[in-house]
Design a protein around this ligand. Structure first.
Ligand SMILES: [Zn+2]
Length: 187
C-alpha cells in the first residue's frame, strides 16, 4: 500500500510540475527532462488543460532551448536581471555555491530541480514588472551556471557585490548595479 501511495504521490508531483511548466511556456524537451514524461503525454496534458480553454493563452514550444549566453550580459539591465535570477536560483536551492565560489549543481531529483527553477522564475516574474527573460531563458541561465559553467558569480570591485559574468569575457569588476547607478540613461 505504502509503495502504491509513494508512486501515486510521485506521479502527482510530476503531473503538477508539467502543468506548471506548460503554463510558463517551457519547451517540451525541458518538461521531458524534468518530469520524464513522453512527448505524447505532454502533448495530451497540453491539449486537455490549456489548448481549448477560453482566456488561457499558452503557446506550446518545440525544439531546442536557446543556449546563447551573451543575452545575459549584453547590457547592464539584462545582466542585473540575470544576477537577480541567479540569486533566486540560489535561494530556491536549484544551484549551490562551492566553498571557493564556483556554482555547482545540487544533487536532487529532476522533478525537485524543476520545481526549484519554477519557484525562482515565479518570484522573478512577480518582482520584475517588465521581465527580460522567459522561462526557457531562466532554464538556460541555470544550465549555463551549473552545467556548462559558461557563467559564474564575479565580485564587484566597487560595492563588493556578486554579479553574473561571462566566464570567457574580460571582467572589469564592475557589477551592473554600479554601472546603472553611474549611467542611469543607458538601461
Ligand atoms: Zn557594484
Amino acid at each position: 500500500m505504502r509503495v502504491t501511495d509513494d508512486r501515486y504521490a510521485g506521479e502527482l508531483a510530476k503531473f503538477d510540475l508539467a502543468i506548471r511548466m506548460i503554463g510558463h511556456e517551457a519547451r517540451t524537451g525541458t518538461i521531458r527532462a524534468c518530469t520524464g514524461f513522453t512527448e505524447d503525454r505532454i502533448r495530451k496534458i497540453y491539449s486537455t488543460y490549456f489548448k481549448l480553454r477560453p482566456g488561457i493563452t499558452v503557446r506550446r514550444k518545440r525544439g531546442k532551448s536557446p543556449t546563447q549566453i551573451t543575452g545575459f550580459v549584453s547590457s547592464s539591465r539584462r545582466q542585473s536581471e540575470a544576477t537577480l535570477i541567479a540569486c533566486l536560483l540560489l535561494y530556491t536551492g536549484a544551484i549551490d555555491l562551492a566553498a571557493r565560489g564556483p556554482v555547482k549543481s545540487v544533487g536532487v531529483s529532476s522533478v525537485s530541480l524543476g520545481q526549484r527553477v519554477c519557484d525562482a522564475f515565479e518570484v522573478y516574474r512577480a518582482l520584475q514588472p517588465e521581465p527580460q527573460f522567459s522561462f526557457e531563458r531562466v532554464w538556460g541561465l541555470y544550465r549555463a551556471l551549473a552545467v556548462a559553467k559558461e557563467l559564474y558569480f564575479a565580485r564587484c570591485g566597487i560595492c563588493e557585490g556578486p554579479y553574473v559574468q561571462d566566464a570567457y569575457a574580460l571582467d572589469y569588476q564592475r557589477c551592473p548595479f554600479c554601472e546603472l547607478k553611474d549611467r542611469p540613461a543607458q538601461v
